[in-house]
Design a protein around this ligand. Structure first.
Ligand SMILES: C[S@@+](CC[C@H](N)C(=O)[O-])C[C@H]1O[C@@H](n2cnc3c(N)ncnc32)[C@H](O)[C@@H]1O
Length: 196
C-alpha cells in the first residue's frame, strides 16, 4: 500500500512509542520488537488493503498495543470513519490514548473496559487480532457488529479448525484471505453472523 508522507510519519511515531513503552507494559513480545514493522504493522495494513476505504464506525476488540486498531486509525485518518478501540487493561489503554494524542488522530477513541461489559456498539466494521478462538470471538462479534457489518479477524495457523469448531453454534459467511506476512495465517472476513 502506498501511503502519504503524513501517514508514514504517524506510523513512525507509533512504532517509536511501542518500542519505548514495551519494556514496561509488554505490548508485543520482546522477540518481535526488532521486526515491528513487518511482524505487526505491515501485518495489520493488510486489512485495509482488503477492506478498501470505508466509512462509519470501526471497532477493534482487545486492541492491546493497537494492532490492528491504531494502524487502521492511522491509515483511515482522512476517511469518514471513527475507530473505537476496546481494551480492558488500564495501562495499555493509557498507551493507546497517548498514541492518539501524539499522532493527532481525532477520529478515534478508547473504551477501557471489558468487551462483555460495553453496551452494543453497532459497528460497521469490526476487527480483532490474537484475542480468542473464533467460537469465543463470535458472541462478541454478534454483540458489537451491525447485522450487515463486516468482521476482519486475524487468525493464526489453526484458523480452519477454529472455523469448524465455531460452526456447531454459529452461522456465518466466510471469506478466508491468506496472510501476506505468514502463509499459514489468514484474515477471516466474516459477515452474516447469527446463532445456530
Ligand atoms: C494477546 S493480546 C493481543 C493484542 C493485539 N490485538 C495484538 O494483536 O497485538 C489480547 C488483548 O486483549 C485484551 N483483552 C482480553 N480479553 C479482553 C476482554 N474481555 N475485554 C477487553 N479486552 C480484553 C488484553 O488485555 C490484551 O491486551
Amino acid at each position: 500500500m502506498n501511503v502519504s508522507r503524513e501517514t508514514e510519519q504517524r506510523l513512525a511515531t507509533y512504532a517509536a512509542m511501542v518500542e519505548k513503552w514495551n519494556p514496561r507494559i509488554n505490548l508485543v513480545s520482546a522477540s518481535t520488537v526488532s521486526s515491528l514493522r513487518l511482524r505487526h504493522i505491515d501485518d495489520c495494513v493488510q486489512i485495509i488493503d482488503h477492506s478498501g476505504p470505508v466509512s462509519g464506525l470501526w471497532v477493534d476488540l482487545g486492541s492491546g498495543g493497537g494492532f490492528p486498531g491504531i494502524v487502521v486509525a492511522i491509515l483511515a485518518a482522512d476517511w469518514d470513519l471513527h475507530v473505537t478501540l476496546v481494551e480492558s487493561d488500564q495501562r495499555k489503554s493509557a498507551f493507546l490514548r497517548a498514541v492518539l494524542r501524539e499522532t493527532g488522530l481525532s477520529r478515534a477513541s478508547v473504551i477501557s473496559d471489558r468487551i462483555e461489559s460495553v453496551p452494543p456498539l453497532n459497528a460497521d466494521h469490526l476487527s480483532a487480532r490474537a484475542l480468542a478462538p473464533l467460537a469465543t470471538l463470535l458472541p462478541h462479534v454478534a454483540r458489537h457488529m451491525r447485522p450487515d457489518g463486516q468482521a476482519w479477524l486475524m487468525k493464526g495457523q489453526a484458523w480452519r479448525q477454529e472455523c469448524e469448531a465455531a460452526k456447531d453454534d454459529w452461522r456465518f459467511d466466510l471469506r478466508a484471505i491468506s496472510s501476506r506476512t505468514d502463509p499459514e495465517a489468514a484474515i477471516l472476513n466474516i459477515t452474516g453472523v447469527s446463532h445456530a
